[in-house]
Design a protein around this ligand. Structure first.
Ligand code: FAD
Length: 436
């Protein structure tokens, strides 16, 4: 028979796995028997979540979070900075909330992992021993996949795909642009961080241009032939930005049309050269390069030939090195997208798995959730949600048939307004869940 402790723990774990869990915030921490050490690397969405929830599961656990920056800037909502609706500061969080949960926060850069000694190595010279280690290092860019492009060029041709100074470079270029200019966005190939975000970005920029520089437009050059929430985006672009008319403020050039994926950039003239040899010049050129797991994942030998980290989906333990888990954008999680919401869900599942493993318990089969709002204009948002589980053989994360969905194509203006207000509520609740 299950005792009370187990019933409460199971309920807690299920709630953790179910998604952003404002409802679990009042739950008391469970005191485990022994103090064991977990070192979490990367204090972004995934890392902050796993560190916090490990401490919530076991207040005896010694949890150290190592993050290279004292302040985290969320990418979510950063497209709103581009049109001046929001400041970069409004997206920034420190780690006081995690410290209040008993997480030891170290600001330093991790340089590698000594797998034999079970030590995390840092630039500051201190080594941190672990029983279990979790990495959530985010993404890096394959600059060399685009001829003529490099990290040295990003102050002229920004990606703005990690929120921070890059977001401000792109915002300032939009501000400085003349009325009548063209903004060219080079969208990345799959898989990449936040599938709807390039299209939300195009929408947010068009919203800014419509208000301030109405003779201007945005062209999206895309190596893909379709994208998430496409019908909803295109409907919104038609209603708001004259999509597919002579005065369209957004044009989407897909991978099967003449000009599409960008293979070369002439930085000086801000010209994108496509796979078909077309040259598209922008007054502003925003190149979002193809992506791969964050550099540390490569340095620590956690990546395979895909450029991402293979993991056991039950525990998020690396299939390359034991006792080390990888979550968030850097890992391969099948149908779960590379989103903050998914990183948060994975962080909770991983915390529960580590708790079980450290205590010699069975790891329960998890479920995951993802949700994403895209703000496409003033008081106008669209959304998608999905619920996921492990396949019967335990190897693949798959969508649960009949769960989730998108906002409706027949929604009213009032519904779009509600979705916009839910987007802002989601941001506040979500960042509270991750950082406080
Ligand atoms: P990150 O949050 O990037 O965290 C990685 C952390 O690791 C960083 O803080 C970094 O400093 C640290 N780090 C890396 N290497 C080291 C090292 N060697 N030593 C120490 N620290 C290190 N997601 C949503 O769910 N909803 C949205 O609406 C949404 N909008 C987005 C809009 C845009 C424009 C973009 C670009 C992304 C958006 N996302 C959204 C995606 C979301 O931001 C990411 O999926 C999420 O941040 C992934 O979390 P992560 O923990 O994997 O990586």
């Amino acid at each position: 028979m299950m005792d009370m402790h187990n019933i409460r723990r199971r309920t807690f774990l299920k709630t953790l796995a179910a998604g952003t869990a404002a409802s679990v915030l009042g739950f008391p921490a469970i005191v485990g028997a022994a103090s064991q050490r977990v070192v979490v690397i990367g204090g972004g969405t995934g890392g902050a979540t796993v560190a916090k929830y490990l401490r919530r599961l076991d207040s005896n656990l010694d949890v150290t979070l190592i993050e290279k920056s004292a302040i985290y800037t969320t990418c979510y909502m950063s497209n709103e900075v581009l049109n001046g609706e929001r400041t970069l500061e409004s997206l920034q969080f420190n780690y006081d909330g995690l410290k209040a949960h008993g997480v030891k926060v170290v600001v330093d850069e991790v340089t590698g992992i000594d797998y034999n000694g079970k030590l995390v190595l840092t630039k500051g010279g201190i080594s941190y021993p672990y029983d279990r280690c979790v990495l959530s290092p985010g993404i890096d860019f394959k600059y060399d996949a685009i001829a003529g492009f490099s990290e040295a060029a990003i102050d002229t041709v920004p990606h703005a795909w990690k929120a921070g100074p890059q977001t401000l470079v792109l915002r300032d270029q939009l501000k400085a642009m003349q009325n009548g200019g063209t903004v060219v966005i080079a969208a990345p190939p799959n898989p990449y961080r936040c599938p709807p975000a390039p299209y939300e970005r195009a929408s947010q920029i068009a919203y800014y241009l419509k208000k301030n520089k109405p003779n201007s437009k945005v062209i999206i050059l895309d190596p893909k032939t379709s994208f998430t929430k496409q019908a909803l985006f295109e409907q919104a672009w038609t209603e708001l930005y004259g999509y597919k008319t002579d005065n369209a403020m957004i044009e989407w050039w897909a991978g099967d049309t003449k000009a599409a994926g960008v293979v070369e950039v002439d930085v000086a003239s801000k010209t994108a050269i496509t796979q078909f040899g077309d040259r598209v010049q922008g007054a502003v050129l925003n190149v979002i390069p193809p992506q791969k797991a964050g550099k540390l994942a490569f340095d620590a030998d956690l990546v395979d030939s895909t450029g991402w980290c293979p993991v056991n989906k039950l525990t998020f333990e690396s299939t390359r090195h034991a006792n080390v888990h990888v979550i968030g954008d850097a890992c391969m999680a099948d149908s779960l997208p590379k989103s903050g919401f998914a990183a948060n869900s994975e962080g909770k599942v991983c915390a529960a798995a580590i708790y079980a493993l450290l205590n010699g318990q069975e790891v329960e089969s998890p479920s995951f959730s993802n949700g994403c709002y895209s703000l496409v204009g003033k008081d106008y948002a669209i959304s998608v949600v999905g619920v996921y589980r492990l396949s019967d053989d335990g190897k693949i994360v798959e969508g649960i048939p009949g769960s989730g969905g998108t906002s409706s194509l027949t929604a009213t203006a009032q519904d779009r307004l509600f979705d916009a207000s839910y987007a802002y509520s989601w941001y506040n609740n979500f960042t509270q869940d991750v950082f406080n």
